[in-house]
Design a protein around this ligand. Structure first.
Ligand code: NAD
Length: 320
């Protein structure tokens, strides 16, 4: 539970603009904070009211850019209830003296489990078989085992390493790529680390993405990268949609380079571009609705960790 700090933060006003666990709201209110829970608040409404609040709490939907931060004249803290900070202008917040906190480890296990579920769903063509069953067509669909196959993990951070551990337990060979040299970590897990992404993706039977969305990872996988991959490779993306160039992926699927893709994330959610809409209905693509962190356990951890960090940051900004 979140201890202490009541007197210090009592009466401060917190705006929550995305859906959050009741536990989170309960903790904040128990500390005497005045919480306005307004999930789904429009951008216009947010800009109109943000100057009344000391803290803003969001998930991935609300875009907290320089304009929002500048209008938040009393803002002391922005809390992201989750991992990725790509919807928050962290540089602008720093310049304006607004602290940014998040819950980086809370969803690791949930996202890793979903990644493995999608990997198996793609390799065994579960969605196709399910669709046939619904049409009462009792036909076999031929898949393949993951055992003995090579998985490339792109981004060997918290989630990437957990996915690698589970994949190793299934009997996969795992190659990992990261911008940071994580050879030591990899060796301990029986994973082969490379600092060359092309080396890793060209050898893989399946590729899974676990990088944050930054200017350097935008369209990290595009035409050039798909052209290097093995014919029939499986692609799983539970990181951020824009890490993959949707048009290039569509080409790679139709050219048979990508045998199947399983995507928990798209550049636009719901899909907006023609390529994204085609991916959604592609027979060899599974799309889920950004559910990586949507488990009871992850949301509880997110609630606890975000509440604790938000209260600590508000207390620190009040010098107590
Ligand atoms: P992390 O920070 O622990 O790991 C990210 C890794 O990516 C780091 O090791 C970093 O060095 C590496 N990296 C950064 N830029 C890179 C680049 N250009 N090339 C290669 N590697 C690079 O983060 P994490 O907790 O493992 O989360 C990974 C991502 O998963 C998050 O950033 C978020 O976008 C995504 N995520 C998605 C969901 C979901 O609901 N689907 C939930 C949580 C997190």
């Amino acid at each position: 539970m979140v201890e202490g700090g009541r007197a210090c933060v009592k009466g401060l006003r917190v705006l929550v603009t995305d859906p959050l666990d009741d536990l989170f709201l309960e903790i904040l209110r128990s500390k005497g904070l005045e919480v306005d829970y307004r999930p789904g608040l429009s951008r216009g409404e947010l800009l109109a009211v943000i100057d009344r609040y000391d803290a803003l709490v969001v998930r991935s939907r609300t875009r907290v850019d320089r304009e929002v931060l500048a209008k938040g004249r009393s803002l002391k803290v922005v809390a992201r209830a989750g991992v990725g900070l790509d919807n928050i202008d962290v540089d602008a917040a720093r310049e304006l003296g607004i602290r940014v906190v998040n819950a980086p480890a809370a969803a690791t296990q949930s996202v890793a489990e979903l990644t493995i579920a999608l990997l198996i769903a793609a390799s065994r063509r579960l969605a196709e078989s399910w669709e046939l069953a619904r049409r009462r067509v009792w036909k076999k669909v031929m898949g393949f085992e993951l055992y003995g196959k090579t998985l490339a993990v792109i981004g060997f951070g918290r989630i990437g390493r957990r996915v690698a551990e589970i994949a190793r337990a299934i009997g996969m060979k795992v190659l990992a790529y990261d911008v940071v040299d994580l050879t030591g970590y990899a060796e301990k897990m029986g994973v082969k680390f490379s600092s060359n992404m092309y080396d890793v993706i060209s050898k893989a039977d399946a590729i899974t993405l676990h990088v944050p969305l930054t200017p350097s990872t935008y369209h990290l996988l595009s035409w050039e990268e798909f052209k290097l991959m093995k014919q029939g490779v499986i692609l799983v993306n539970t990181s951020r949609g824009a890490v993959v160039d949707s048009e290039a992926l569509l080409w790679a699927l139709d050219a048979g380079v990508v045998g199947a893709a399983a995507l928990d994330v798209l550049e636009h959610e719901p899909p907006k571009t023609e390529a994204e809409k085609k991916l959604l209905y592609h027979p060899r693509v599974i799309v889920t609705t950004h559910i990586g962190a949507s488990t009871v356990e992850a949301q509880r951890r997110v609630a606890l960790e975000t509440a604790r960090k938000l209260i600590e940051a508000l207390a620190a900004s009040n010098n107590c």
